[in-house]
Design a protein around this ligand. Structure first.
Ligand SMILES: [Zn+2]
Length: 87
């Protein structure tokens, strides 16, 4: 995994996503994740990619993503981090 450089909150969000997509995430974690997604375009992109993989393969965990897909995501995160903070 080469995504160690993005913020911890995103790592957490990504870990929650597979359960979220399964529908097995708790209400509380679902809300935490959705709050994070609302402020984090890269994670929305990641979730969209996971949805896409699921639609093809039936199920997914972050470990199932191909190295190429992860590289793409790292690029998305990197671009996002280069944007000026607007909070
Ligand atoms: Zn994020």
């Amino acid at each position: 995994m080469k995504i160690r450089s993005h913020p911890v909150v995103c790592r957490e969000a990504i870990e929650l996503m597979s359960d979220y997509l399964d529908g097995s995430l708790s209400r509380r974690d679902t809300r935490r994740l959705e709050e994070h997604l609302a402020i984090c375009p890269p994670c929305r992109t990641y979730l969209a990619q996971m949805r896409l993989v699921i639609s093809v393969s039936g199920s997914v965990s972050p470990d199932d993503l191909s190295p190429e897909a992860l590289d793409d995501l790292v690029e998305v995160f990197r671009r996002y981090r280069d944007e000026p903070e607007s909070s």
